[in-house]
Write a new protein. Structure first.
Length: 265
């Protein structure tokens, strides 16, 4: 894995077209309670990518929203080229995203959080790495979230680097390009952590896949608030993630030991 400059380039990325030899792209949006921002998110990403990515689809996976998100998406599905999947019950981010991936049909997944804290144009900062890497992570540089979330993320990533022996700085990013065959292989095993991408990255790393982090601008949430990081839930969130790190570590180390005993066969 290379170590790109952690600072965001001041130059605007070249806006395509995407290299067709790398394969088509499924843009995947997990959505929960985003009625005020989801239309802007979808329209901006489609406008940026539709005419610049030759083989392109948009998957919207709604996860049991209790605001007006469902009605907004139903209206947009009649206007925009999206494939909409909705759920009457809340699955949780991890399971909703795993289910969304199962609907994608292109060789690459561009998985984006739907709160528009990443700009559509910054897809092009990741695009050129598809030719060399299996997983391309958009590293928030700098992160524009409340201080407690920044500190929580730093601590979480530090623990994973320490206990899981991975070198990455921002494993819970909401802006990532992933080969679909790798996602299909690894996603069913993601189970220990609340944050799909972090556990996925650790598993992909230990399977030998090539991963790179690319600095991208991150923006403050324009409206609404997170549905995961309520301050009142922080203790239980931290406890769950800490336990998940050790469960994942034990599984990975046990698999290595069994592999060694079997002579690598």
């Amino acid at each position: 894995m290379s170590k790109p400059n952690r600072r965001v380039s001041e130059e605007m990325p070249h806006r395509g077209p995407a290299n067709p030899s790398y394969g088509g792209i499924s843009v995947v949006f997990p959505v929960h309670n985003e009625s005020f921002i989801i239309e802007q998110t979808l329209r901006n990403y489609i406008a940026e990518l539709q005419d610049r990515v030759e083989d392109f689809e948009v998957i919207v996976a709604e996860d049991g929203s209790i605001d007006d998100t469902k009605s907004v998406l139903e209206r947009l599905s009649k206007e925009l080229p999206i494939k909409l999947y909705m759920s009457d019950e809340r699955k949780g981010y991890q399971q909703a995203l795993i289910d969304a991936i199962s609907h994608a049909g292109k060789p690459w997944l561009f998985i984006v959080d739907s709160d528009y804290q990443f700009a559509a144009i910054d897809f092009w900062r990741l695009e050129s790495y598809r030719g060399e890497y299996d997983v391309v992570l958009g590293m928030k540089a700098p992160r524009k979230d409340p201080l407690y979330r920044v500190l929580l993320s730093r601590g979480y990533n530090s623990l994973m680097r320490l206990f899981l022996r991975v070198p990455y700085r921002d494993m819970d990013t909401g802006f990532r390009l992933i080969r679909r065959d790798i996602a299909n292989e690894i996603s069913p095993d993601v189970k220990y952590m609340s944050f799909f991408t972090a556990e996925f990255v650790v598993r992909a790393h230990h399977k030998g896949y090539k991963i790179v982090e690319v600095p991208v601008p991150h923006y403050a949430r324009k409206i609404g608030s997170t549905s995961i990081f309520y301050v009142s839930k922080l203790f239980m969130i931290c406890l769950h993630q800490f336990a998940g790190i050790f469960r994942l570590r034990n599984e990975i180390w046990a698999a290595r030991a069994n592999h060694s005993k079997g002579g690598g066969k």
